[in-house]
Design a protein around this ligand. Structure first.
Ligand code: FAD
Ligand code: NDP
Length: 499
């Protein structure tokens, strides 16, 4: 059993969606030549559809669609169901087989904007739901629904895990036993969340312990929040997931304690002064910080639910739910031993065209370790959405128009939004730091420059306007010269605006 494509995008996340858009824009393929293979599927949608099909059978053969659409309102995550329901309004379902096919088809998920999962998706009211945040709305571009892929002649092979890859033979073997061959492969397998088991902590599969990487995880988190209104959550990890989820939990009126090993939150990016602002802000929202320690085990009730988190220093923190954000690992395993890896970055090493050590294979997004011209060609693996979008588009340009496509010249860009706060960072956080702005206000506007060898290497800004963010990105891109640190501090944001 097998199918052959000219282009295969392996992975159905952010990078895959942007790669597909770039293919469609450039038009360098014919109908049926390009496919996306992704293992993503939504269990909650699947459960709902199972209920629906069960309902169909219970009621003889005629679909009672009204009852199902009201169920859909309660479970808004069941994207696409309404469309299927109306299509099925006059259909008769009298065999389990038809129901099963319907079930399989409907629980698959086309590429979507992953950042929505820790922000809009977790809102107590007016929460974001698919199809509203499929790629590529995050960059104010087209919304790529399954209909769009169909119209563009791009095959979506969803709910399908690739189990092994043979780079020499140019084939992929799926979990269903199908062999898919390609002429050119784009690896966009992203990353997986690190599990507590990997740090020797047992029992992290409890129903009220949540990770957050995909839509299934987000549904579990939403359900956990709903099950404990006014309750206690312990958030493990003080990075991006920890900070964004803690804010979402507070917005859902859940008391939060954050536990992490570092001296302050966002230890890899924030300076102590920047972190202090956010920690104070979170504290004012009721969040408690437990720093410099880790958890060692859980206390559970007879049903296996966690009731408390036990820390290394012996403290017991009561918990109705736990959210874990302790980092990720790039999904490289299919290609280890076949493609050159970047050991320092734990990713697949690519050149400025996003091409791997095999000229038919490209890697993009979280999984790719690529040269950053601005950092003198230093190889980095970035775990951020802007990098996923741009590397994906660049790879497609390199594939379709190799002679016209220069090496990627990427300016690293990270951002986050929590409560009413919002920050952006450009460049590299190396060198001496100069802070500027107002660190005291509840509607703040402050930032920092990182100065390396007399030039701006990185810049951070909280509460900026569009033009101000643009200005800091420009000084980083230009590696603006800094003659006097005291003067830079005095000028603050003005330095970037005047440049
Ligand atoms: P992913 O989007 O992770 O996609 C990988 C895809 O590959 C998935 O569909 C996966 O199922 C599939 N896959 C993997 N292995 C296989 C296999 N063997 N077979 C088939 N399919 C496979 N970044 C920001 O800059 N700003 C943010 O605000 C932000 N918020 C985030 C919030 C959350 C909750 C998360 C988890 C991440 C966030 N990020 C953010 C990071 C950003 O989403 C990632 O950098 C981006 O998704 C990477 O895109 P990708 O396509 O490389 O990987
Ligand atoms: P991060 O790497 O951002 O943070 C992980 C945090 O957990 C670090 O503070 C880390 O400390 C800490 N940690 C590591 N091990 C343990 C442990 N055993 N116990 C407690 N704490 C521990 O990863 P996240 O999980 O927060 O985020 C996952 C991915 O999602 C990242 O790729 C991130 O870029 C992405 N994301 C991005 C967002 C954004 O850009 N706005 C928003 C949400 C997610 P240490 O540094 O000491 O290892």
């Amino acid at each position: 059993m097998g199918r052959a494509f000219v282009y295969v995008i392996l992975g159905g996340g952010v990078a895959a969606g942007y790669a597909a858009l770039e293919f469609a824009r450039r038009g360098g393929y014919s109908r049926g030549e390009l496919c996306i293979i992704s293992e993503e599927a939504s269990q909650e949608a699947a459960d709902l559809i199972l209920m629906a099909t069960h309902h169909i059978r219970l009621n003889g053969v005629l679909l009672r669609y009204t009852k199902i659409t009201s169920m859909q309102k309660q479970n808004q995550c069941c994207f696409g169901l309404k469309r299927h329901i109306s299509a099925l309004r006059f259909c008769y379902f009298d065999t389990c087989f038809a129901s099963y096919n319907f079930f399989l088809y409907s629980c698959q998920v086309a590429p979507y904007e992953r950042p929505a999962l820790s922000k809009g998706y977790l809102l107590p009211e007016g929460a974001a739901r698919l199809p509203g945040f499929h790629t590529c709305v995050g960059a104010n571009d087209e919304l790529l629904t399954t209909k769009w892929y169909k119209e563009q002649g791009i095959e979506l092979v969803l709910g399908t895990k690739v189990m092994s890859a043979d780079v020499r033979r140019k084939t992929l073997l799926t979990g269903t036993g199908e062999t898919i061959s390609y002429k050119t492969l784009i690896i966009a397998t992203g990353a997986r969340a690190l599990k507590l088991q990997e740090f020797g902590i047992q029992g992290s599969d409890a129903s009220n312990i949540c990770y957050l990487r995909d839509i299934d995880d987000a549904d579990k988190l939403v359900n956990a929040m709903k099950s404990c209104p006014g309750g206690n959550a312990v958030v493990i990890g003080g990075g991006y997931i920890g900070m964004e989820c803690a804010a979402a939990l507070v917005t859902n009126k859940i008391r939060v304690t954050m536990v992490f090993p570092e001296k302050h939150c966002m230890g890899r990016l924030f300076t102590p002064k920047i972190a202090e602002y956010y920690e104070n802000y979170y504290t004012s929202k009721g969040v408690t910080f437990v720093k410099g320690t880790v958890l060692t085990s859980f206390e559970k009730d007879t049903t296996g639910k966690v009731t408390a988190v036990i820390l290394k220093d012996g403290r017991h923190l009561p918990a109705d739910m736990v959210v874990v954000g302790i980092g990720i690992r790039a999904n490289t395993s299919l290609f280890e031993g076949q493609l050159v890896m970047s050991m320092e970055n734990s990713g697949i090493k690519v050149n400025g065209q996003l091409q791997t050590s095999d000229s038919s294979v490209y890697a993009v997004g979280d999984v790719a370790a690529f040269p950053i011209k601005l950092f003198d060609g230093d190889i980095r693996r970035l775990e951020h959405v802007d990098s996923a979008r741009r590397t994906a588009r660049h790879a497609v340009a390199s594939i379709l128009e190799p002679s016209k496509t220069r090496d990627i010249d990427y300016l690293p860009f990270f951002y986050s939004r929590v409560f009413t706060l919002s920050w952006q960072f450009y460049g590299d956080n190396v060198g001496e730091v100069v802070h500027f702005g107002d660190f005291t206000s509840s509607s703040p506007r402050f930032g920092a420059y990182w100065v390396n060898k007399g030039r701006i290497a990185g810049a951070f800004l909280e509460g900026g306007s569009r033009d101000e963010y643009e200005a800091i990105s420009v000084v980083v891109r230009r590696k603006a010269k800094v003659a006097n640190m005291a003067e830079l501090e005095k000028q603050g944001l003005g330095f970037a605006i005047q440049e």
